[in-house]
Design a binder for this molecule. Structure first.
Ligand code: HEM
Length: 474
């Protein structure tokens, strides 16, 4: 009756990783439905670049569509090219420095609230940070705390509800008026209502707030047509979902892995002490935060936040010598390929130095935390910037160690999120002359790098300017 749903539900990552031993393309069943799981990098690549044959669809996207409608992440191939062209400018590299200002400001707000403690709920803290950042970059408008908290809870209800539905998509239980189904419907309706209200406020005011919503209101297609309110809702939800649900687990796993690997953490301290000397990381620091970047890449390899995606064949296709009739559901999970020992030796080991050399050559489809092909994550640069600035700034000032109660089995969410991540929090004093650090070119050892335009007095001050939540969007 349930097929592999129970094993996938109980230990999803272990179950998926175990499939690679059964072949390059493995057929599993969830309920009565067959799913074809890709376990080989070349197959992953072939499927992801042929988005005409392997279109968005299947349980996950059908579910996300119930909330995000026909937004960029869920729309079919036929609508995708045009949507992507319209929305791409919002994620152009040139915009990153402006987004980074909001990121650094939000990191400072988060860290200002930290005090030494035996237990920090890292998941809650980082989720709030990512959700706030997603909101601030989407809407420059001020949200009062009560509205913000309500939206966060609605989002949480919708996310957990979607995961439950995904595991048993055929179940009539999802349509019964149970209290959890009613909560799900209420939360979804509230989110829709909120975005509609905000959109009409923006249209009425006619002001460019310099945020994503303003861009969505300004875009025009070749015929000069703008987006309808319904289309704007779908894109807003898509970006909120993409922006908060993935960045939070990425940062949480990185902190967890550093806590479990004190040697690497020590090296990272040396790097951030040299580059930041205790201050909040800024966009211009990023090229100097090389180990930070490698730590993030390795965390994304071990725990890719997007752990399960589906595609549906639009016509008969052939994969790994197997005929797939039109309408077959194909599954790709970066987790499977990222844990193959032939591609990543000693795959369970957290080893950021795998990414140390620019000449690292992997087969196509081997490393896909952001997907690949035309449907590759539009927010990749945004996400890497956010993770780098946040991780470096945290590590510069704080030492976090996972408590024994940390529960790294996945919580039932769309993104791979640990169930709970309590960590102890100890303030550290950045060392001025870290041991074993090669000074950056042109700088004596122990000299903090000053970002262009930053007054010399701010370097290494180690103080964070407290700022109200009302930061402008970008
Ligand atoms: C660590 C953070 C992130 C990870 C791991 C991630 C991962 C992914 C993956 C794997 C896909 C492809 C899904 C598929 O093939 O079906 C994707 C697509 C997408 N992501 Fe991200 N993402 C991240 C951050 C973001 C951010 C910050 C945003 C926006 C602010 C975003 C927006 C999107 C959108 C709109 C798509 C759909 C792109 C398209 O189909 O053209 N993501 N993401």
């Amino acid at each position: 009756m349930l097929g592999h749903a129970v094993r996938l539900g109980r230990r999803p990552l272990d179950f998926l990783a175990s499939l690679a031993a059964h072949g390059d393309l493995v057929r599993i069943k969830l309920g009565p439905m067959p799913f074809y799981v890709l376990c080989d990098p070349d197959l992953v690549h072939r499927v992801l670049v042929d988005d005409r044959t392997y279109d968005k669809g299947g349980a996950i996207f059908d579910l996300v569509r119930t909330v995000a409608g026909n937004g960029l992440a869920t729309c079919p191939h036929d609508d995708h090219r045009q949507q992507r062209r319209l929305l791409q400018p919002a994620f152009h590299r040139d915009r990153l420095p402006e987004y980074a200002k909001v990121m650094s400001a939000e990191v400072a707000v988060m860290l200002d609230g930290w005090t030494e403690s035996r237990e920090l709920d890292v998941l809650a803290t980082v989720n709030e940070f990512a959700a706030t950042l997603a909101t601030r970059t989407l809407f420059a408008a001020e949200l009062d705390d009560a509205t913000f908290e309500e939206l966060r809870l609605c989002m949480h209800t919708v996310m957990t509800g979607m995961m439950r539905r995904m595991l048993l998509p055929w179940s009539f239980l999802n349509r019964l008026p149970t209290s959890s189904n009613r909560r799900f419907d209420r939360a979804r309706a509230r989110l829709r209502q909120y975005v509609a209200q905000l959109t009409s406020d923006y249209r009425r005011a006619g002001v460019d707030h310099g945020d994503l919503l303003s861009i969505l209101l300004a875009v025009r297609d070749d015929q000069g047509q703008g987006l309808t309110d319904a289309e704007i809702h779908d894109q807003v939800f898509t970006f909120y979902l993409g922006g908060s649900e993935t960045s939070a687990p990425a940062l949480s796993w990185a902190l967890y892995l550093l806590g479990r690997n004190p040697d690497i953490r020590k090296r990272l301290h040396d790097e951030v002490d040299t580059v930041l000397a205790g201050r909040i990381a800024q966009y211009d620091d990023i090229p100097n935060l090389r180990l930070t970047h490698r730590v993030i890449m390795e965390s994304l390899r071990l725990y890719p936040p997007g752990w399960l995606f589906t595609r549906v064949t639009t016509k008969d296709a052939e994969l790994a010598g197997r005929r797939l009739p039109a309408g077959s559901v194909v599954v790709y999970s970066p987790h499977i390929v990222h844990h193959r020992a032939d591609l990543f030796p000693d795959p369970e080991r957290f080893d950021p130095d795998r990414w140390g050399d620019d000449s690292v050559r992997l087969p196509r489809g081997a490393f896909t935390p952001f997907g690949s092909g035309a449907r590759k994550c539009i927010g990749e640069d945004f996400a890497l910037t956010e993770a780098t600035l946040a991780l470096a700034s945290i590590v510069a000032r704080w030492e976090l160690d996972p408590l024994p109660e940390a529960h790294t089995r996945l919580s039932p969410r769309l993104s791979a999120t640990p169930r709970s991540l309590p960590m102890s929090l100890r303030e550290r004093t950045p060392s001025t002359i870290p041991t074993g650090v090669v000074p950056l070119p042109g700088k004596p050892a122990g000299t903090a790098v000053r970002t262009p335009g930053q007054p010399a007095g701010e370097v290494g001050s180690g103080t964070h300017r407290k700022r109200s939540r009302g930061v402008a969007g970008v």
